[in-house]
Design a protein around this ligand. Structure first.
Ligand SMILES: *Cc1c(COP(=O)(O)O)cnc(C)c1O
Length: 468
């Protein structure tokens, strides 16, 4: 086959397969149908020796994968916090792959660098963060936390005369790293990668998982020296926001770096109605937020935003004789990787399609749907919504027995949902018991989808209650 014909045949076939998959997503059961053995039977084969025809392989891939795919982009999926890979982002991402750009350096792909530069400006504007902050596009919230905390590490050590990039941590002056008790587990992972260890100082939280500012004040007053305080916008179970204004004031008073893990919750900064939740948030020194959650970008995409762009760059830049220093903005200076995907193209397209107002409507709409779910579930005897539904996350407990009994009820509800495969929501632990957790974050969700979800959950609970 001629080169041009092969391109067309492969890319058009991929587009057809993709469209058919997405066209059928509303009716697709949310859990994967195939188990590990079935998938192994489809994927596994002796190590390829001679190579196959690309068109045949392209047919073989969906045949192998399809039964093992979950319907994350459809309206029956409420597990974890997963966006819907909006078609515009997917199409832009497809072009990104076709173009094969390496966004590690502005000279290597001026277009990728420009797209990232413009995306950075737009996002800082939409998220109402300082226009002079720097923004690195990374793979997600985990890496965004890592990058922001690396910048924090650079800055707090620099203030006590320690060049951590050159000298490392051995022999360094102590730094207090402080998190709320209901911190996201990936923050602990990034602290581990940075040599801070996964056991930072923990501040007690309130019933919604919000850091208690009085306890933070007491903790900061106990010691001296450099400190990093990690606050949170959007707790993974409750959606709660830490009290940023008092936290920011305390950080200023003690010279501490304030970071906000806002993987999904930072988008509240873009929604006028949610402004009361984020008072003081923009006073932080760094913020992390995902693209593949509420912005609906395809995996993987996240943003690391740092007020002190020099600290950001000192923590991340990579130099070599063959990497021409850029006179203009170079996205590679703000991320850990050298070679990297040009994620700015999909982000640029997605933000253009939604616009500032579309993003605000999307987020506010999901919050309204979450309240609808909370109200429906609360009306059912025996189901308790355990959080104040301030954002898009809802957690529910079942029955009125002791913690062990309620945990068993929640697990039994989850088992029924998985067996019925009509809607997907997962279990999580909250305050010593298992609960059912719902995340309303995927773009196509509507009020009838929420009603179906509530119907199925209530049906499952009644069966569990009645000993079915
Ligand atoms: C999802 C999430 C993360 C991690 O983000 P990834 O994109 O999964 O790496 C961090 N913090 C919070 C609050 C999250 O919800």
């Amino acid at each position: 086959m001629k080169e041009g014909a092969l391109h067309r045949a492969l890319f058009e076939r991929a587009a057809t397969i993709a469209s058919e998959f997405r066209d059928g997503i509303r009716d697709r059961p949310p859990y994967a149908r195939a188990d590990t053995a079935a998938l192994q039977a489809r994927f596994d084969a002796p190590t390829p020796e001679t190579g196959d025809n690309p068109l045949d392989v392209l047919e073989a891939l969906p045949f192998a994968a399809e039964p093992g795919l979950t319907a994350t982009t459809g309206p029956r999926f409420f597990g974890w916090v997963i966006g819907a890979s909006d078609p515009i982002g997917v199409a832009a991402d497809f072009l990104t792959s076709a173009w094969g750009q390496n966004a590690g350096n502005a000279t290597c792909s001026p277009a990728a660098a420009m797209a990232e530069q413009v995306v950075a400006r737009w996002l800082l504007d939409i998220l109402r963060l300082p226009p002079t902050a720097s923004l690195g596009i990374v793979t997600g919230g985990t890496m965004a936390n890592f990058v922001c905390l690396a910048a924090a590490r650079n800055a707090v050590f620099a203030r006590v005369g320690w060049d951590v990039e050159a000298r490392g941590l051995a022999g360094a002056p102590p730094v207090r790293v402080i998190v709320g008790d209901d911190v996201h587990t990936t923050v602990l992972a990034s602290l581990r990668y940075l040599g801070f260890g996964s056991q930072p100082l923990r501040v007690p939280t309130d019933a919604q998982g919000r850091m208690r500012a009085d306890a933070l004040a007491a903790l900061l007053a106990q010691g001296a020296g450099p400190a990093i305080v990690i606050a949170q916008a959007g707790q993974i179970c409750t959606g709660a926001f830490d009290p940023f204004a008092p936290i920011a004031a305390l950080c200023r008073e003690h010279g501490a770096w304030m970071h906000v893990d806002g993987a999904f919750g930072l988008w509240a900064q873009a929604v006028p109605e949610l402004a009361p939740l984020v008072v003081g948030c923009a006073e932080a020194d760094s913020w992390s937020v995902d693209g593949h959650k509420w912005l609906q970008l395809p995996y993987d995409s996240g943003f690391a935003i740092v007020r002190d762009s020099a600290a950001h760059q000192r923590a991340m830049s990579i130099a070599a004789s063959y990497l021409p220093p850029s006179e203009t903005y170079d996205p590679g200076q703000f991320v850990p990787e050298l070679s990297r995907r040009a994620r700015g193209f999909a982000a640029w397209a997605q933000i253009r399609v939604l616009g500032r107002q579309g993003i605000a409507r999307l987020v506010a709409g999901h919050c309204a749907l979450a309240r609808q779910l909370g109200e429906r579930l609360s009306r059912e005897p025996g189901i308790a919504v355990l959080n104040d539904v301030v954002l898009n996350q809802v957690i529910a407990g079942f029955g009125d027995g002791d913690l062990a009994q309620r945990s068993e009820n929640a697990r039994a509800v989850v088992r029924r949902l998985a067996a019925w495969n009509e809607v997907l929501a997962g279990g999580a632990q909250w305050r010593g018991q298992w609960v059912l957790r719902f995340s309303i974050v995927a773009a196509p969700l509507t009020a009838p989808d929420i009603d179906r979800l509530a119907d199925v959950v209530i049906r499952a609970w009644r069966e569990v209650r009645d000993g079915g």
